[in-house]
Design a protein around this ligand. Structure first.
Ligand SMILES: Cc1ncc(COP(=O)(O)O)c(C=O)c1O
Length: 428
C-alpha cells in the first residue's frame, strides 16, 4: 500500500477544498476493497456507511472495475453526439429490474440531478406547476431539489427564495408522530393533513407531482405504514398527480429489494435512482412509463456527461453482480440476523428507543429516558466504534439515529463482528 501522510492530506484539503463540504471522519482513504477501507493511519476500517449508501457491492468490486476498464479503453465520452452500447444495455436491464410501470430512462450524474429531471418531466407532461414533498425528506442540494428538501433547515439557509409552489405534507414518522398521535388510534392523520393541503393551499388539478421517499433516508430511516403508501398511490391516481418515488438511497438492493417500492407493490409514475446504481461511478437516472416519457419532447431536457459510457458499463456490471451473486437473498439473511440481534440489544438497552428499517438500511434511534433525542450518546458510541475500526454514520434532524448501511456483500461473520463492536460501545 502506498504510504500516505494523513495529516498532510488533511492540511492541504483544508487549504484548498471549500469548508462547505463536511467530511464524516478524519480518515484519509488509501485503498478499499469490499467492506474494508484502509486509512493513511495504517488501520483497516469496516465501512458500515458504504460511502453513503453507494457501494452496495462493497468497494472496488472486481467485475465492475473490469467492465469500467474495458469500456475506458474503447469509449469514455459521447456528449450525446453518438449512440453507444453500454447506455442502451443499461436502459434495457433497468426496465427489467424496476417496477413494471417504469420502462424508459434519462441518465444524469447525481441524485439531485435525477430529482431535477423528475420535476421537469412531471411539470412538462402534466402542464401543472405544483409540487408536493414530505417534511423530513432529503432530495439533494441543487436549487430545485433543495426546495423539496426539509430534512434540516441548514440545507435551505440563505438560499431563499426557493422554487415556488412547493408544499410539504408531514412524512408518516410514527415513532415521533408529526400529528402528536399514537399509531394504534391515529387513522393515518398525517394523510388527512396532506388532503387538507389540497383543499386549503393548492387545488389538486394544479399539482404536477408528489415526490416521496419510500423509506425516509437522511430524515431518519423511517419506514412508512403500509396503508399510508397505498392511500398515497390512490390519491395520486384519482387526481392525475404523478407519483415520484425518490429511490436514490433506497434503490439497488439497499432496502432488501431492487427498489423499496416493491415492499408495497407500489407502481410509481416516475422513479429516481443514483447512489448504488454504478457502485460509486457518478450516474443517476429518471425512469418513467413509455406513456409519460414519450411526451417529453426532443430537446426538452439534455446533458453533456449524463449516462457516461464508463459509468453505464459499471452499472450493467453492478446489476449482473447483484443477480449472479443472489445478493438480494444473501443480504436479506444477514439483515434478518442483524435485526434479531439489534432487537435483542434494544430489550437490554433502553437508550435504543426504536429499531427499524428494511434490508441493509437499518436505523436505531438513540433516546434519553424521556424519549428526547440522545445525540451525545450516539456520538460517543460512534467514536468508540471508530476507535475499534467500525464506521457508523448518523441521520435524522437531531443526529440521534445510527444508520447501519453496510454493503450487500457483508457476510454474517462480518455483521457479527460489527455488532459485537457496536454492542460493546453501547453498553460498556
Ligand atoms: C433520497 C435522496 N434523494 C436525493 C439525494 C441527492 O443525491 P446526490 O447527493 O447524489 O445529489 C439523496 C442523497 O443522499 C437522497 O438520499
Amino acid at each position: 500500500m502506498p504510504e500516505t501522510n494523513s495529516t498532510d492530506i488533511i492540511t492541504r484539503a483544508k487549504a484548498h477544498l471549500t469548508p462547505a463540504l463536511v467530511f464524516h471522519t478524519d480518515i484519509v482513504a488509501v485503498e478499499a476493497e469490499g467492506l474494508y477501507v484502509w486509512g493513511g493511519d495504517g488501520r483497516r476500517y469496516m465501512d458500515f456507511s458504504s460511502g453513503l449508501a453507494t457501494v452496495n457491492l462493497g468497494h472496488c468490486p472486481p467485475t465492475v472495475t473490469a467492465a469500467a476498464k474495458d469500456q475506458m479503453e474503447r469509449l469514455i465520452h459521447s456528449g450525446c453526439i453518438f449512440y453507444y452500447q453500454s447506455e442502451v444495455e443499461l436502459a434495457e436491464r433497468l426496465a427489467r429490474v424496476t417496477p413494471a410501470s417504469i420502462e424508459m430512462f434519462f441518465f444524469s450524474n447525481s441524485g439531485a440531478e435525477a430529482v431535477e429531471g423528475a420535476l421537469k418531466l412531471a411539470r412538462f407532461v402534466t402542464g401543472r406547476q405544483g409540487i408536493i414533498a414530505f417534511t423530513g425528506g432529503f432530495h439533494g442540494r441543487t436549487l430545485g431539489a433543495v426546495s423539496l428538501t426539509t430534512s434540516n433547515v441548514k440545507y435551505r439557509n440563505r438560499y431563499h427564495p426557493l422554487l415556488p409552489s412547493v408544499y410539504h405534507a408531514p412524512y408518516p414518522y410514527c415513532y415521533r408522530c408529526p400529528m402528536g398521535k399514537e399509531r394504534a388510534t391515529c387513522h393515518t392523520d398525517c394523510f388527512e393533513q396532506l388532503k387538507r393541503i389540497l383543499r386549503h393551499q393548492i387545488n389538486p388539478q394544479e399539482v404536477a407531482c408528489m415526490v416521496f421517499e419510500p423509506i425516509l433516508g437522511e430524515g431518519g430511516y423511517v419506514v412508512p405504514p403500509d396503508d399510508y403508501v397505498m392511500k398515497l398511490r390512490e390519491l395520486c391516481t384519482k387526481e392525475g398527480i404523478l407519483l415520484v418515488a425518490d429511490e436514490v438511497q433506497t434503490g439497488f438492493g439497499r432496502a432488501g429489494k431492487w427498489f423499496a417500492c416493491e415492499h408495497w407493490g407500489l407502481q410509481p409514475d416516475i422513479i429516481t435512482m443514483a447512489k448504488g446504481i454504478a457502485s460509486g461511478f457518478p450516474l443517476s437516472a429518471v425512469g418513467a412509463s413509455r406513456e409519460i416519457m414519450t411526451r417529453w419532447t426532443p430537446g426538452a431536457h439534455g446533458t453533456t456527461f449524463g449516462g457516461n459510457p464508463v459509468a453505464c458499463a459499471a452499472a450493467c456490471a453492478t446489476i449482473d453482480a447483484i443477480e449472479n451473486g443472489s445478493l438480494l437473498e444473501r443480504s436479506a439473511e444477514v439483515s434478518a440476523y442483524a435485526m434479531t440481534r439489534i432487537r435483542d440489544l434494544q430489550r437490554r438497552c433502553p437508550s435504543l428507543g426504536d429499531v427499524r428499517g428494511k434490508g441493509m438500511m437499518i436505523g436505531m434511534e438513540f433516546i434519553n429516558p424521556d424519549k428526547t433525542p440522545a445525540k451525545t450518546f450516539l456520538e460517543k458510541t460512534q467514536l468508540k466504534c471508530l476507535e475499534a475500526g467500525l464506521i457508523i454514520v448518523e441521520c435524522g434532524i437531531d443526529k440521534n439515529i445510527a444508520r447501519l448501511m453496510p454493503p450487500l456483500v457483508t457476510t454474517k461473520d462480518q455483521m457479527q463482528e460489527a455488532l459485537d463492536i457496536f454492542e460493546e460501545a453501547l453498553l460498556v
